[in-house]
Design a protein around this ligand. Sequence first.
Ligand SMILES: [Zn+2]
Length: 271
Amino acid sequence: MKIYKLSLIAIIILGTIFIGMSNPMKALYKNSASIITGLNIDTKDDKNNGKDEKDSKLDEKKEKYLICIDPGHQSKGDWKTEQVAPGSPYQKARVSSGTVGISTKKPEYILNLEASKVLKHILVSKGFEVVMTRESNDVNISNLERATFANEKNANMVIRIHADGSDDTSITGSSILIPSQKGQYTAPIFEASYECANLVKSKMDESGIKVNGIFERDDLTGFNWSKVPVVLVEMGFMSNYNEDQMMSNPDYQRKMMQSIADGVEEYFQVK
Ligand SMILES: [Zn+2]
């Protein structure tokens, strides 16, 4: 009876593989996996016979990567303090409410969440797993807690979304911040963060987005407590009339988030 059942399963598997499948080995893998695990395996690339083997391998690999998005700030700052780094005598406010748009009057925390949701959507559509430190504005999560959250999730990369402000309203451009190479707490996560930041910068450059550069920081609580690589994107200056409006423009927002997602994707493809 057992042998009969096994032969039947074998016949079904072989039948499925060789009827109408362009790639028997890949199909064998997929069909065996779905029988063994009972999982609903996505067969969309079976329909796309032109898609090459290399692409589909990358897709399978990518699905294992977890990206944590941290939309900066929240509706009310919390001025109680927390340690800026593990064991450090220095304290900083748990979390501030950020800057405000000079033209839009939009608070930074609202813009950050708006853009982060677009980024999440793009990353998910690329096949990444995504978690967010917050999905509403009315929360109280300190920078230390945000870093701990990503550590506990063991995120492969953290993307922090912020916008800048300056007293000089003529200053424009986005900036990419990464943990310092020489920082006591940040050194172990420098390299991966830097590599990812570099790719994000190239994609932003290609899209025509002004990037002022990649800057190392050893004074940010969110970097010092992080055990996983992290890139912080300051999207632009809310203190500049034009850039403030651009950042709230859905097309510009989408273009910027697409560049970030493309950079992240390339980082995991070349890794
Ligand atoms: Zn900010």
